[in-house]
Design a protein around this ligand. Structure first.
Ligand SMILES: O=C(O)CCC(=O)C(=O)O
Ligand SMILES: [Fe+2]
Length: 249
């Protein structure tokens, strides 16, 4: 290949595809994961290094460049706020539309972004029995971008949705905290500040979501727990997160 040919090939920017199974086997890679029992039927499964790093960077570059990212204005507690991160939505044809904070994102097709189908295939192979048909993509452009405390407990996802979260780029902290319960206050008589000083609060968990990681929320996690990716003081580079979900028909 002459040098011009090499240059043209290098600039072609093809959609990165998943390496052959000999290089990356999702059902093998997922065996490095650990389950965390949050109690009362809620569970988190975490694989810090699920996808190979190099493949993950190729997907990061593709998604960063080709996804039509936007920052919609949301209606939160009666106020208009610009969403503090970029997002996009992909869903199978014919699914009911989703809506959050007064915003109904346009649903792009899986066919619009072929690498997303490779990522979805790998996630399906890693999680036998799972079935995802939609995807929320988020891009955090630095330490000031965040997602506030929420749960993805929409009726459209059913009572015990499985949500698989894949991260590319800068690692960020992902926090979980138990929703306040009216029936049995988890705090008992003890003030919260005192409880937090203990070495481990069973009502709070933190995961560092690394480049190429997979985290799955299962069971009653959306009903009973909130999650967030908080702002940070120190400068950070771009993080792209994909949450695969199943909208019930
Ligand atoms: O960025 C993340 O890790 C979480 C995103 C999330 O919770 C959501 O899209 O509902
Ligand atoms: Fe979420």
């Amino acid at each position: 290949m002459n040098s011009l040919m090499r240059k043209l090939t290098a600039n072609a920017d093809p959609a990165p595809s998943t390496p052959s199974p000999s290089e990356f086997d999702p059902s093998e890679s997922v065996r490095k994961g650990k389950s965390f029992d949050l109690g009362h039927g809620s569970e988190v499964f975490h694989v810090p290094r699920f996808f190979p790093a190099e493949q993950s960077w190729a997907w990061f570059d593709y998604l960063n460049k080709h996804v039509p990212w936007s920052r919609p204005t949301l209606r939160i507690f009666g106020r208009n706020l610009v969403q503090p991160r970029d997002s996009c939505y992909v869903a199978a044809e014919g699914l009911p539309a989703i809506s959050y904070n007064g915003h109904s994102p346009r649903a792009y097709s899986w066919d619009d972004f072929p690498p997303l189908k490779d990522i979805l295939d790998a996630v399906h192979k890693a999680l036998p029995g799972s079935r995802f048909n939609s995807l929320v993509l988020n891009r955090y452009d630095g330490n000031n971008d965040y997602v506030s405390w929420h749960s993805d407990d929409e009726v459209l996802y059913g009572p015990t949705p499985e949500i698989a979260s894949v991260t590319f780029g800068c690692e960020r902290e992902f926090l979980l905290k138990k929703k306040p319960s009216k029936m049995s206050p988890a705090s008992g008589d003890e003030p919260k500040s005192k409880r937090l000083r203990k070495s481990h609060d069973p009502d709070q968990h933190s995961f560092v979501l690394k480049h190429g990681s997979l985290l799955v929320m299962k069971g009653y996690t959306q009903r009973d727990w909130l999650h967030s990716v908080p702002k940070r003081a120190k400068p950070m580079s771009i993080r792209i997160n994909l949450t695969f979900r199943c909208v019930l028909r």
